[in-house]
Design a protein. Structure first.
Length: 175
């Protein structure tokens, strides 16, 4: 069972999550930054990681995701907000929209530190004033991904492997 992991990472958060596939996947794993991503042909599953930009997958990851068709895919991302927030649910839906036309096996989101340059841009734009709540969220995001987040990512890839194997068995029986 071959897994291709393609990721886009601005601060290293998404790369850390992508690397959890190495510990979790029981078959062959190839991991590439999106700029060096190979064709998905020949892989059993393609997992694409992104960082959140304006409420959706960043442009590089989104471009790769949009180019997938008829693949078995999983998506994972990192964002400054809590993965339990309404914003995270909106992000998840936006990411799933990008991979329509594929067999989506799962999705995963975890919090991650925000690039200081993005914080400056958001503050300067006036759309994201630096409220006490926003400052607290930025401070919390700076602590992530932590050991618990990475353990959850490992479990995500373990479950992904199990789902992929189960679907492959069902496909053989249905043929």
């Amino acid at each position: 069972m071959r897994l291709l992991v393609v990721y886009s990472s601005r601060t290293g958060n998404t790369r850390q999550v992508a690397q959890q596939a190495l510990a979790a996947w029981k078959g062959k794993v190839d991991i590439h930054p999106v700029e060096q991503a190979p064709s998905p042909d020949g892989y059993d599953v393609v997992a694409v990681g992104y960082w959140v930009d304006k409420g959706k997958p960043d442009p590089r990851a989104a471009g790769y995701m949009a180019g997938l068709a008829g693949q078995r895919v999983a998506i994972f991302g990192t964002l400054g907000a809590s993965p339990a927030s309404g914003h995270a649910e909106d992000v998840r839906r936006a990411a799933l929209d990008v991979v329509q036309g594929n067999d989506v096996l799962g999705s995963f989101l975890c919090q991650g530190r925000i690039d200081p340059e993005l914080i400056k841009v958001m503050a300067a734009s006036g759309h994201h004033p630096m409220t006490p709540e926003r400052r607290a969220n930025i401070e919390e995001a700076a602590k992530h991904p932590d050991a618990n987040d990475l353990a959850e990512a490992r479990r995500f890839f373990e479950q992904l492997y199990d789902i992929a194997c189960e679907e492959k068995v069902h496909a053989r029986h249905d043929a």
